[in-house]
Structure formats: structure tokens, C-alpha cells
Design a protein around this ligand. Structure first.
Ligand SMILES: Cc1cc2nc3c(=O)[nH]c(=O)nc-3n(C[C@H](O)[C@H](O)[C@H](O)COP(=O)(O)O)c2cc1C
Ligand SMILES: CCCCCCC(=O)C(=O)O
Length: 380
């Protein structure tokens, strides 16, 4: 859509009775379509859910001071990152075990990401193997998210190698999950995403991971996954080692402190993702959007900064871009689209984000993303 084609957009929207508009409406569809334990796992935050709530509230506390009298008849919201140009600043966040939301899981998400030309970040703990996901959408841009295994580093290095071979274009190391957060909703529901699944009785089927286990009874698989995801001894040493072993750009996901951003630069990483894991890890931490300005000040444009946690609509993305992000990731919004309607649901969620962002940029007086610094951003 171009901004000038708004009437066509509105006509189409009025015909789409089946597709929700707002995050809350998509979430309602997910409630209807997911098992209660699976929905609880996806929607909840850690602890008292302070951070999960703060993520959303913080966006509403930031206000844009827009610019006028700039020609915005055509808005170019493309970004360039690691030598590749993308049509929009949106990425699909790594979300594990998407079989919880839809039988086709990451394969459906990958197809949607490909058709919408949005990069997909595939989780280590995906329902389908990284090769199966790549094969489902061979032309779509894909990055691989790594949970670095403390007990089996060779498994992690082999995943990086496999990702490279399968056509993934960057490695994202998640650094905020040295152990899984304190998740009371799952405890209350007695729910583990690791122990239920479609058909085979488990949500994760990576063949190399499965081969690394001594046997395939349920307890061994669950213990194996947890040992490989949680890594309390993870340090900059492992990050440097991954950097050495791959020719792909390496990003760190879960950076919140400006000094960690500075250390990431010193370590030679190629990008950072400012994230508190959607409030699922350490409760009580700062909202990503609130720490972004200080991080952007340290990074000084040397490497791309992406942001996630609490992005619920296009205007949130505009605020993140206005505060120094190169791009934004969405997590739960696309997962709910997947739960609501599979591949078309994810496509529609992405389309809504792109369209609202385009309109919001135009109304802010921004014709392309190089102009973002013209905006003034104010925190209530
Ligand atoms: C169900 C679920 C599973 C997730 N799995 C992963 C994962 O495997 N790896 C990871 O780095 N982050 C994971 N995340 C965190 C997301 O990548 C992202 O940081 C978060 O969802 C962003 O917040 P939002 O949901 O408010 O958009 C997961 C999030 C959810 C909701
Ligand atoms: C209970 C295992 C959790 C695996 C990690 C997936 C994840 O990152 C999440 O937020 O959940």
C-alpha cells in the first residue's frame, strides 16, 4: 500500500471480517485456539509480571513531537542491515515451540515471513528442525537464534554450522536465559512446553539434538533440553568463540545495560537486540524502550540496534526507531496470528504492522527512515 491508497486499504479491511485488527483481538483468537496451558506459557511473564506490563506501558509514556511540511506522499521504510535491504524495519522474534500455537508451527511462520519479506529469527528450541524450516521458505531471509549449550558446546557449534549451511544469514545468541525465569503461570497450570506436543508427544524434534541424548524417554528429552538451554556459566568467552567459528554476523539478544552494549562493541559483535525477553525472564527489569536511548548513545551507530518486548502496533515501532533502533522484533503478536489462522494469520499481523507504521511515519513527517532524527521524543 502507498499512503495515497488508503481508500483501497479501508475497503479491504471492511471485507476481512475474519481478521482482527488490534493485538488484543488477535490475542482473543489465540485464547480460543490454543490449549490453556500453551496460551498461559506464551502470554505470561515472569514473577509478578511487572516487566511484562511495564513493556507495554512504557511505550505509551513516550510521545512523538512530529514534523510538518515534508513531502510524505511516498514513505520508504526500508532498512539496510548486514549488506541486505529489507522492505520494512520488522523482524519476527525467535519464539520457541511454535507447535504450541499451530500444527505447522515455524514452517507456517517461515512461509508468512517469506511472503511478507520480513526476516524470521528461528529459535534453537523450534518445533521443527532448522533445516525443515529453511526448506519451507527457501527464499525468505532467516537468522538463527542460539541457546548456547553449557553442557555440550559441540552441539551449539554444530547448530551454527548447520544454520550456515541451510542459508541462515546471521546468528543471534540469547544472553538473558542463563536459567529459565520464575514463571508462576506455568507452575500453576502444571504446564511444561517441553512435555506435550502434536503426535509425537514432544514439541521439539531436532534430529541432531535427539541423537545427542542417551535415550528418548520423556524425562531424558526434557532434562536434555533444559540442560542445553540454561547456561549459568555463559560469558563473553563463548560469544568470542562463536564469533571465531562463523563467517555470519553475530548479534546478542537480551542486552539492557548501556555498558553491556559497550562491551558487546569491544567484543566485536555485529549487532545487539535490546530485549527483556518479553518480560519472561528477570521480572522487575527496565522496559526495553526505556533503556534504548542510553544504549543508542553508547553504540553511536557503530552496529545495528534492534529492539523487542512490548511492540504491539505500528506506532510503537515508530517510537523505537525515533529513539535509535534500526529495526524492531515482534514476538507474541505474530504467535497469536499463527494461533488464530496459521500462515495467513501471521501474514495479516505483519501487514497490519507495516500499514500502521507507514501511516504513522507519514503523519510524523517522515518520508524515509534516514529522517528519524528529525523527530523529538519526549518521555512523560
Ligand atoms: C512463547 C515464547 C517463546 C519464546 N522463545 C524464545 C526463544 O526460544 N529464544 C529467544 O531468544 N527468545 C524467545 N522468546 C522471547 C522473544 O524472542 C521476544 O524477546 C519476546 O517475545 C518479545 O516480546 P513481545 O512478545 O512482547 O513482542 C519467546 C517468547 C515467547 C512469547
Ligand atoms: C521451559 C523451556 C524454555 C525454553 C526457552 C524458550 C524461551 O525462550 C521462552 O521464553 O519460553
Amino acid at each position: 500500500m502507498t499512503v495515497a491508497n488508503r481508500d483501497i486499504l479501508l475497503k479491504n479491511i471492511s471485507k476481512e471480517t475474519d481478521f482482527p485488527l488490534s493485538f488484543e483481538e488477535w490475542e482473543q483468537k489465540a485464547v480460543e485456539n490454543m490449549l490453556p496451558g500453551g496460551y498461559g506459557y506464551a502470554s505470561s511473564g515472569a514473577g509478578n509480571e511487572e516487566t511484562a506490563k511495564r513493556n507495554v506501558e512504557a511505550f505509551s509514556k513516550w510521545a512523538i513531537v512530529p514534523r510538518m511540511l515534508n513531502d510524505v506522499s511516498s514513505v520508504d521504510m526500508s532498512i539496510s542491515i548486514f549488506g541486505r535491504r529489507y522492505r520494512s524495519p520488522f523482524f519476527l522474534a525467535p519464539v520457541g515451540m511454535q507447535g504450541l500455537a499451530h500444527e505447522d508451527g515455524e514452517k507456517a511462520t517461515a512461509k508468512a515471513a517469506q511472503s511478507m519479506e520480513v526476516p524470521l529469527i528461528v529459535s534453537t528450541v523450534s518445533t521443527y528442525s532448522l533445516e525443515e524450516i529453511a526448506a519451507a521458505a527457501p527464499g525468505g531471509p532467516k537468522w538463527f537464534q542460539l541457546y548456547f549449550s553449557g553442557c555440550n558446546p559441540a552441539l551449539s557449534y554444530s547448530m551454527v554450522e548447520r544454520a550456515e549451511k541451510a542459508g541462515y544469514e546471521a546468528i543471534v545468541i540469547t544472553v538473558d536465559t542463563v536459567m529459565v525465569g520464575w514463571r508462576e503461570t506455568d507452575m500453576r497450570n502444571q504446564f511444561s512446553p517441553l512435555s506435550q506436543g502434536y503426535g509425537t508427544g514432544n514439541y521439539i524434534h531436532d534430529p541432531v539434538f535427539m541423537d545427542s541424548l542417551p535415550n528418548h524417554d520423556q524425562d531424558t528429552i526434557i532434562a536434555g533440553i533444559l540442560e542445553n538451554v540454561q547456561h549459568p556459566t555463559l560469558t563473553w568467552k563463548e560469544v568470542a568463540e562463536v564469533k571465531k567459528r562463523t563467517r555470519l554476523p553475530v548479534l546478542l539478544k537480551g542486552i539492557l545495560h548501556p555498558e553491556d552494549a559497550e562491551m558487546a562493541l569491544e567484543c566485536g559483535v555485529d549487532g545487539i537486540i535490546v530485549s527483556n525477553h518479553g518480560g519472561r525472564q528477570l521480572d522487575g527489569v527496565i522496559a526495553s524502550i526505556d533503556t534504548l536511548p542510553a544504549i543508542a548513545e553508547k553504540v553511536k551507530g557503530n552496529i545495528p540496534i534492534l529492539l523487542d518486548s512490548g511492540v504491539r502496533r505500528g506506532i510503537d515501532a515508530v517510537k523505537a526507531l525515533g529513539l535509535g533502533a534500526t529495526g524492531v522484533l515482534i514476538g507474541r503478536p505474530f504467535l497469536y496470528g499463527l494461533a488464530a489462522a496459521g500462515q495467513p494469520g501471521v501474514e495479516k499481523v505483519i501487514e497490519r504492522f507495516i500499514q500502521e507504521t507507514e501511516v504513522s511515519l507519514a503523519l510524523s513527517g517522515i518520508a524515509d527512515l534516514t529522517q528519524m532524527s528529525k523527530l523529538k521524543m519526549v518521555r512523560e
